[in-house]
Unconditional design. Structure first.
Length: 350
């Protein structure tokens, strides 16, 4: 007999969660109303895209470094295993075209399957499992200890559970709920169902990003949660494991998820405020044109008080001559000025 399921999330609002949602809303407003030159918006968006692709694939064991992912994003070749490269390029393309996996604010089963297919293309042992719900029973285990961490629902229940989740995502109840909570619920529920043979984590994180994008809460696509998860993978897995014991109550997970959004958004807010500072407003008015490297130099001085030629050599892997030339050009534009002489020479904001 065909399995039939319904879905409605169960969780409790608590003081910490409410406080985080308020902080998230406040940070969002700051970012939306900050004045940024279009060039800088593109730069931040690209940087966050690269960090997201690196983090989300690294969580699943991809060996590429952030620098290698950045090179791939620029269209340069990297000498790594074909599968590792494909995983990163797939995720980059999905994030770049995340809007394609919905239609007029609605998500369908076909969208979810297409999302998984795009994420796993040419990376799975059996191509027939790309973009298809699993037909086999699987277990989630610790790759190091070989311990079974979680046993997902049997395959005969997968399609019905996914339909139940998708029906809820398109419901009035979901559209009336805070988008951050909806994204968090969708993320956990897809991981819990584990509808695919492989690629469930990446698909869940992409689905959360899709929901935030649809609800206009990704804030110009400036921030990503993947980096937060990757910064402490053990905590990420431990929270997922903990919720399995309290399900259907997912309060523990939503506490963690909202914390991640708040931290990630706060970092973006600080970056945006920095780029909206007096030095950058000069640029915005057309007085000065800065390269991406020069923007980072100003940010470094803001964070550290000053910068030396040797700092540039380390930051950008360039020669001392090239570093000195960069600083002198910025001094000519009256953005920075030199203090001290010889070995004590350093540059501060003017």
């Amino acid at each position: 007999m065909k399995e039939f399921h319904t879905f409605s999330p169960v969780f409790s609002y608590n003081h910490a969660m409410v406080k985080r949602l308020a902080a998230i809303a406040a940070a969002r407003e700051v970012i939306l109303h900050a004045h940024l030159v279009p060039k800088w918006e593109v730069s931040i968006r690209r940087e966050q895209l690269v960090r997201a692709a690196h983090a989300s694939t690294a969580i699943e064991g991809n060996p590429l470094t952030l620098e290698e992912v950045s090179q791939l994003a620029e269209g340069r070749d990297v000498m790594v295993a074909r599968r590792a490269k494909a995983e990163v390029l797939n995720y980059l393309r999905v994030l770049e075209h995340i809007d394609a996996y919905q239609n007029d604010g609605q998500i369908s089963e076909a969208h979810i399957l297409a999302l998984h297919r795009a994420i796993t293309q040419e990376t799975l042992d059996d191509p027939a499992t790309e973009g298809a719900f699993r037909k086999v029973r699987i277990v989630v285990g610790n790759r190091h200890t070989k311990e079974v961490v979680y046993s997902p629902p049997p395959p005969k229940e997968v399609a019905s559970m996914m339909i139940a989740l998708i029906t809820w995502l398109n419901s009035d109840a979901a559209h009336e709920m805070h988008p951050v909570l909806v994204a968090g619920i969708a993320h956990y529920e897809l991981v819990r169902i584990h509808p695919f043979v492989d690629g469930n984590g990446r698909t869940a994180r992409a689905l959360a990003t899709l929901i935030l994008t649809m609800r206009e809460f990704d804030i110009k696509r400036f921030f990503t949660l993947d980096d937060f998860y990757d910064s402490d993978r053990l905590a990420y897995y431990e929270v997922l494991k903990a919720v399995n014991k309290t399900y259907p109550d997912t309060t523990v997970w939503l506490d963690y998820f909202t914390e991640g959004v708040e931290i990630s958004l706060h970092r973006v807010k600080e970056r945006v405020l920095l780029l909206s500072s007096d030095e950058h407003r000069k640029v915005a008015r057309g007085q000065v044109a800065l390269s991406e490297r020069q923007m980072k130099i100003i940010e470094y001085i803001h964070a550290n008080g000053s910068i030396k030629t040797s700092d540039l050599v380390s930051l950008f892997h360039i020669s001392r001559q090239a570093a000195l030339k960069e600083l002198l050009q910025m001094a000519e534009k009256e953005l920075i000025q030199m203090e001290g002489i010889r070995r004590g020479a350093h540059y501060i904001l003017k």
